[in-house]
Design a protein around this ligand. Sequence first.
Ligand code: GTP
Ligand code: MG
Length: 220
Amino acid sequence: MASANDTRQAPKDAADQNFDYMFKLLIIGNSSVGKTSFLFRYADDSFTSAFVSTVGIDFKVKTVYRNEKRVKLQIWDTAGQERYRTITTAYYRGAMGFLLMYDISNQESFSAVQDWATQIKTYSWDNAQVILVGNKCDLEDDRIVPTEDGKRLADELGFEFFEASAKDNINVKQVFERLVDIICEKMNESLDPSPGTTSNNHKNTALNETPTAQSNSCSC
Ligand code: GTP
Ligand code: MG
């Protein structure tokens, strides 16, 4: 995947201006919970069992149709490792939605959810929508975090909740579609233009972190 600083030419789809809205989304959570795998499954329908930890931040672009609107998603995949925290939190600004991910077979990743939620509160727009995702639900035999615990924590934090598997392609598309829908619902509630939303009609350029180069593997 191309890095945000990559100067390679943007592929046609990523540069495509034919959309009604652009939403900036971020995937966050501890290292190895499956953030990159989740994005690859969604954008490219691919999965690899090799673990290549993300360095800094990366992104992909995907365009979806929801409610008769063409919505271009700019999905940022952040590094979970602590040493990249300063870089990654800089990208929270202007994000409309977050996937906060943990691994159902890893207690530490679940215990860290509260801290990630605090990071969202600290660095992002107040109305950013969040879905808590318990990934790797294919690993039922290794499950440490009961579904009920995930649900309860999501309720406490005011987030929606899904269990999913990037490996077995369970709930991946559904999670992204739900996030788009709740962002749209929030937008409809408010007449004010929202930070991080770019309406193509009005050329509202609130999306300050618009990349100069796009991922190689865009699948619009
Ligand atoms: P960082 O980039 O370090 O923050 O990690 P990450 O959250 O991006 O994790 P990554 O997607 O690289 O996945 C880590 C490991 O978990 C890899 O070996 C993946 O193959 C594996 N993995 C990811 N998703 C799943 C899943 O749904 N089920 C199973 N069984 N393994 C998964
Ligand atoms: Mg990664």
